[in-house]
Write a protein that binds this ligand. Sequence first.
Ligand SMILES: O=C(O)CCC(=O)C(=O)O
Length: 266
Amino acid sequence: MTETATIPEYLLSREQIDSYRRNGVIRLEGVIPPDVLDVLRGAVEQAVEAETHSPVPVGLPTDSRPAYEKIFNQKVNLWQRHPEVARFTLSSALGSIAARLEGRAMRIWHDQALFKEPMKGNNKTPWHQDAVYWPHADRWHQTTVWIALKDATTQNGCMAFVEGTQSLGPLPPVDLADPQDLFDAAPHLRPVKPVPLPLKAGSVTFHNGLTFHYAGPNKSDDIREAFAIIYMPEDTVFDGSPHVVTDGHGFQPGQKLEAELFPLVS
Ligand SMILES: O=C(O)CCC(=O)C(=O)O
């Protein structure tokens, strides 16, 4: 397959959309066909490799290293520096799934490679909500597609979710480098069993930006490779908080995030 590999349109049933809206998460199998996945995985691996040996990715301020770097090799907004990744981040097939699940037109907020090294201490991803870290005035309808570039299993750190937690709304953010217990803010959920969602390579989850989620440590002997694309509603407004994606771009609080940095994909 050549560089023209494209993610095909994906049919969603009414039941799937309802299930996503109820649970705040859904697993969709086989969204990226094997031949397209080979191209996507190659593009992301190459981009990560190219940036792993430079001190700070081109275009990011030097103090921008996310706390997440302690947990995995995370590269944010690869699409802006690597055209072969951009073809996938800007995929209207994926963007249109995001739009149908959340019921509104969507823009890219950012993408990120999430490569979890094997056997690197206890590199679990702590329980958190995503949208509470983002400088968005409204945080209810962001969604992330988490694409397994290789099989994600309970052994190598697949994601797990507490279904329905998006309805709690934004809670105080936990410090990802030195996490507090997210469940302190919602102790009634402690007995609820989280749902692990292992994925075959090429399958994905979409999760709402407020759904509680976690990923275990990578106890395998291979890298857990995932690529995530985060979408925000078309009319998202900047709330003025600092963030690596918006810092230095001159956005004013109250301004709509409709720049070239945030293309419409649905
Ligand atoms: O890949 C992981 O371990 C965590 C990713 C995550 O939290 C996310 O994509 O929102």
